[in-house]
Design a protein around this ligand. Structure first.
Ligand code: HMG
Length: 494
């Protein structure tokens, strides 16, 4: 069936990335300690990590960070970079699978932080949270784009924010694929970065157990190899669904795409997915313009591996897929942000002069659901480049501690932070000591502890914007008021 594509323009106007300052260097102490546990040596393990999986570093949130602060930081970078007038934002939707509250939308926390920081009411803004593993942000983008396009926001634009912390048990095969970060996107009817193609984006969903996180745990449970199989099967299903619904348009757009982006939990996964897609595109280009029939899971993987070794594939991959993967190995899995971190990496690397052409996005979330959609990159847009600039976000602190922003954790520091975030221990009502005290950032300031006739807030999260370093955990509400921190103080005393 063919549908009209005569819809009002909508798309991603600008994008920004936030990555925590702390990281684990996987080839250092982590590899030396984990290698014997895995019955190997550090050099072999490092080779597996860098060549077999494609990871180097994993970003780790500090004690004062969580998914809400990371989301607010990504949004702040976008707002400041674009000089956005928040009065013109009508919708703020967050995609996350590592939320901070079992009830309240993380979007409301983010809205509160922004509202206090910029000193303006944002109560007119709808701000839901959408959860479906790593595909949540794509469902959020779809909802925001539909609202902007429909005119229901009465000319206002929308913010879509992806924020997540990927955490597996220590010693689990998934441990090396952890990561954290947030990506914020401004969605508008006059997008300067990417105009989304107007077709409905078909979704496929299958009820799967490949990866999940029970309510009692802050760590995911994953059946690693099986999760890779389900991912690739969903890619095939999505391709078929998209072609069934809009055959000529979808095939045309796929075949003319310059850039292919995949949900990327680790860089080699994008390579596996690219090999599968490459085989399908080759079949579509063939004389019968049809997909090859799928074989057994094992046989499909064998054929993918054969294709992946070919010179043709490697040249295609280097040109059309690899540019989006530049930064993933330095951040790790950002779950619902991973596809959009790839997009930011792509536009950042292309620069304003190099932008243009069609982009195909493959979005995937375990559990499992997938979507394939396309858009056209606009050329130009210098300010957009400024916002997306990522090298600075990932630069290491220099010896003076003044240039750059990232710092490696020792294994002991990493394991303390890892254990700290276990959900069981979050009945704690104190923010633990940070490795790097917050500076120029939103921070978790304290947990509520009151249960009185006047106020009940036990376990509630209070956030501050911290301009200069200080130990937020030590700041009592009274001290905060005395130190004239108006953003939170006046409101927290209510
Ligand atoms: P593993 O068992 O540690 O690794 O699990 P392996 O034995 O499969 O080896 C990985 C690769 O390294 C293999 O290459 C080896 O040959 C190679 P491949 O067969 O893939 O081409 N290798 C070496 N290469 C060079 N030198 C060496 C060497 N040794 C081995 N010395 C796994 C790896 C990724 C499964 C694990 O880390 C894991 O469970 N990760 C978490 C799950 C995951 O990311 N799954 C991806 C698909 S599901 C998804 O993307 C959704 C997700 O983001 C969540 C969401 O949606 O919310 C996770």
């Amino acid at each position: 069936m063919s549908v009209s594509n005569d819809l009002a323009a909508v798309g991603i106007d600008a994008i920004s990335v936030y990555v925590p300052r702390l990281y684990v260097d996987l080839s250092a102490e982590w590899a030396r300690v984990r290698a014997p546990e895995q019955g190997t040596d550090a050099a072999t393990l490092t080779q597996k990590l860098t060549k077999g999986i494609g990871v180097r570093r994993m970003a780790i949130p500090d004690a004062h960070e969580d998914s809400a602060t990371m989301a607010a930081m990504a949004a702040k970078r976008l707002i400041d970079g674009l000089a956005l007038n928040l009065a013109n934002i009508g919708y703020l939707v967050v995609g996350t699978e590592t939320t901070v509250d079992q009830s309240k939308s993380i979007g409301a926390y983010v809205l509160g932080m922004l509202s206090r920081h910029y000193g303006m009411s944002l109560s007119h803004v709808g701000c839901p949270q959408i959860q479906f593993a790593c595909i949540g942000t794509t469902y959020a983008l779809e909802a925001a784009a539909a609202l902007v396009r429909s005119g229901q926001l009465r000319g206002r634009s929308a913010l879509v924010i992806a924020t997540d912390i990927a955490r597996y048990p220590k010693g689990d095969p998934g441990e090396c694929t952890q990561g954290a970060g947030a990506v914020a996107m401004h969605i508008s009817a006059a997008p300067r970065l990417l105009e989304l193609d107007g077709l409905h984006w078909p979704s496929i969903t299958v009820d799967e157990r490949d990866f999940f996180r029970p309510n009692w745990s802050s760590e995911a449970v994953v059946d690693g190899q099986y999760s890779v199989d389900v991912y690739l099967d969903c890619l095939d299903r999505t391709l078929r669904a998209s072609l069934e619904q809009h055959r000529p348009e979808t095939a045309g757009r796929l075949l003319e795409s310059q850039h292919f982006l995949f949900h990327t939990p680790f860089p080699r996964m994008a390579e596996h997915a690219a090999a599968r897609l490459y085989r399908r595109l080759r079949a579509l280009r063939g004389p019968h313009a049809t997909l090859e029939p799928t074989a057994s899971v094992r046989e499909e993987r064998t054929r993918d591996r054969e294709v992946a070794k070919s010179d043709d594939f490697q040249a295609w991959f280097a040109k059309h897929c690899a540019p989006a993967l530049r930064h993933i190995s330095d951040v790790g899995n950002t779950y619902s942000g991973a596809l959009y971190l790839s997009f930011a990496s792509l536009v950042d690397g292309l620069g304003a002069a190099g932008r243009g052409g069609r982009v195909t996005f493959f979005s995937y979330g375990s559990g499992a659901s997938a979507k394939l959609f396309t858009g056209s990159l606009a050329s130009g847009g210098g300010d957009v480049l400024h916002v997306a600039e990522i090298a600075g976000v990932l630069a290491d602190l220099d010896a003076t501690g003044t240039v750059g922003r990232r710092r490696a954790l020792s294994l002991a520091e990493y394991e303390r932070l890892h254990d700290l975030h276990q959900q069981q221990s979050e009945a704690r009502l104190e923010v633990a000591a940070s490795v790097l005290p917050p500076r120029d950032e939103f921070a978790l300031a304290r947990f509520g502890t009151e249960r009185s006739a006047q106020r009940v807030d036990v376990g509630y999260r209070y956030y501050d914007y911290v301009a200069a370093p200080r130990a937020v955990a030590d700041v009592t509400p009274t001290a905060r008021a005395e130190a004239s921190l108006p953003e939170e103080a006046a409101w927290a005393q209510q």
